[in-house]
Design a protein around this ligand. Structure first.
Ligand SMILES: Cc1ncc(COP(=O)(O)O)c(C=O)c1O
Length: 331
């Protein structure tokens, strides 16, 4: 196990999050489904970013920052949770939010996450779909420094070696729960985007010498690109922890068959998956990440790529606030 206490961390999350059996979904899919409830991490509706922000805000504090800057799509869960964390710990917050083509007409620009961003008092910079967010962020960082502020740039999705520490912590927590519940887990399935959740989780499993396989269902890019993104971050994390980078070899699996026309664009399989989990388990997924990941999971079960009676953990990364931006696709 890696010694976590040596990394600065502030406590925000409500952890450990439960590892729950989903009996009705299990019957429906023909395998044993356990849900790791990282939608219940707390902080403004919860989700995977809470764990990353514990380390990112600690680092921002160490660096004497007074302003958090981050980037995301207009309905970014990461931006919403960053804005909430900034409010809680007394940072200013500047969000660079980009329009996403192919998303709903009615509520996407005003409801869901963006409604909450405003409530948390974040300053919002709206960019069109063709503007370059990274260039905009660099200019904004300069401008804030010229104004005498000390800005701290959190990368998209909070996905770097620091943010990913949150998912090493989650891996240890999950392994402890698997042991305590005396279950054997064949696979962990999750939504993968900016890659920090999958890479951090894998780093934690590798460090703990666990061979449980992890399958990322991609929300924005084809399999090869996403696999390379996760693998490259995983290697950087392993290096930063003085672990052998070769331990990443053969550990990263992603599936690019379920994101449809693009990031944030609804698919009918996502809608069906969100409805299935709501109706069978009273469980809320989201339209952009966990809904598409669950759609992939369901399909892989139905096409027998996932073995009947196997034990699967679905890592629920949160995001249900986004449902309110997608009202028109659900009815
Ligand atoms: C709800 C939700 N699930 C999954 C992800 C993907 O996590 P990552 O960006 O670490 O791959 C995100 C990222 O924003 C998210 O908001």
């Amino acid at each position: 196990m890696i010694e976590f206490e040596s990394f600065p961390r502030i406590t925000i999350s409500h952890t450990p999050t439960p590892l729950e059996k989903a009996p009705r979904l299990s019957d429906d899919l023909g395998c044993n489904v356990y849900i790791k409830r990282d939608d219940c991490t707390g902080l403004a509706g919860g989700g995977n970013k809470t764990r990353k922000l514990e380390y990112l805000l600690a680092d921002a504090k160490v660096q004497g920052a007074d302003t958090l800057v981050t980037i995301g799509g207009l309905q970014s869960n990461h931006a919403r949770q960053t804005a909430a964390a900034a409010a809680k710990f007394g940072f200013n917050c500047e969000l660079i939010l980009q329009d996403v083509i192919g998303t709903p007409e009615k509520d996407y620009k005003t409801n869901g996450n963006i409604l909450l961003d405003h409530l948390f008092g974040a300053k919002i910079h709206r960019l069109s779909a063709d503007e370059d967010c990274e260039i905009y962020a660099a200019t904004l960082m300069n401008q804030l420094q010229c104004e005498g502020k000390t800005p701290y740039l959190i990368p998209i999705g909070g996905s770097n070696e620091i943010g990913s520490l949150g998912y090493i912590r989650c891996a240890n927590e999950l392994l402890g729960q698997i042991k305590a519940q005396d279950i054997h887990i064949d696979q962990i399935i999750l939504a993968t985007g900016s890659a920090g959740t999958q890479a951090g989780l894998l780093a934690g499993l590798i460090a703990a010498k666990s061979h449980i396989s992890v399958l990322g269902i991609n929300v924005s890019r084809p399999a090869q690109e996403q696999t390379e993104l996760v693998e490259s971050l995983l290697k950087n994390i392993l290096r930063s922890l003085n672990l052998d980078q070769n331990l990443a070899n053969g550990r990263v699996f992603t599936n690019g068959s379920y994101y449809g026309e693009g990031y944030g664009v609804a698919t009918k399989e996502m809608v069906a998956a969100v409805k299935k989990c709501a109706e069978l388990e009273g469980l809320l997924l989201d339209p952009v990440y966990s809904g598409k990941a669950m759609a992939g999971f369901i399909d892989l079960c139905q096409t027998k790529h996932i073995k009947a009676s196997s034990n699967q953990v679905f890592l629920h990364t949160g995001g249900s606030v986004g449902l309110f931006a997608y009202r028109e696709v659900f009815y």
